[in-house]
Design a protein around this ligand. Sequence first.
Ligand code: SF4
Length: 328
Amino acid sequence: MAKNSKIEWTNHTANLWWGCTKVHEGCDNCYALSFSKRIGNDIWGDDKPRRMVADVWDNLKTWQNNAKKANEIHRVFVASMMDIFEKSKDNMVDHKGNPIEGSTGILRDKFFNEVVPASPNLMFLLLTKRPSNINKMIPKEWLTNPPKNVMFGTSPVNTKTAKGLIKQLQKVNGYKFLSVEPQLENITNIDLTGIDWVIQGGESGHGKRPFDPDWGRTLRDICKERNVPYFFKQIDKKQEIPEDLKVRQYPKFFKSENELLIDYHFSVDAIQWITDYTSEVNVMKFNNLYSDLSFDEYVINDDALQLTEKIKNQNITFFEEYKSGFID
Ligand code: SF4
């Protein structure tokens, strides 16, 4: 699978523009700000312009075409150098800092109205520290009929921000995720109602604040208890991740239309349902069927064996790459 991003949980990263304003303590060491400063871009703060990104629109088209050719769903993180739900800015500059015409609101609308509907093979992960703006800024029809290729996410870093930001995110219709990074304290009480995915990690880079692996275990166990896929990203990118935190799960809807990702927890009825659909499915990926990891003690049961036989008899391509359910 093509991967243009160094971020572990995504294939690509798309920035519609560069620039932002700090929101909470998670922003204190914002790497996007430091990077922009280093290359001479003065684009952080409410009174500062935002920088246009020229090639993003062509890249988005290319990624959709490549994912379609591969018959896959590729994840696109929006974004690492901006916050898509920041209030619109009408003062924009080019990469040299020269003023140019444009508005971040227009770019955002173009992305929602043109790119999202034209990209069925891309799953857009829209991460914001301003979830209270989501419902005000998305197209009206998304309020009742959210697109299947968009996930809305927010970034809490401690108990206080978890409480406030998650409450706002829960008002949004559609798939939702949390990126708990850089986590700054243990979060023992977190409401995961309506949350489809949790990513967790400590801070990396210059001035990084400490992350205790036990904070990882706390959230990992809460996710397990609430049946929410959990992805541990990093301690600080330097320290080795402890074995029991090497858990990288993905939501099951990260799949293309003619793939069927099957969980091992199926009943005889489920097998019937699945086999009824096999004429439309040419690839099946098994999730947890043969898991040998310790996070959950899965065993192959009779139902699983029956389904395996049925599928083999129908000459369906049989993939075992999802066998652990935790994909590195
Ligand atoms: S919201 Fe994100 S991009 Fe904006 S200042 Fe905070 S960390 Fe940086």
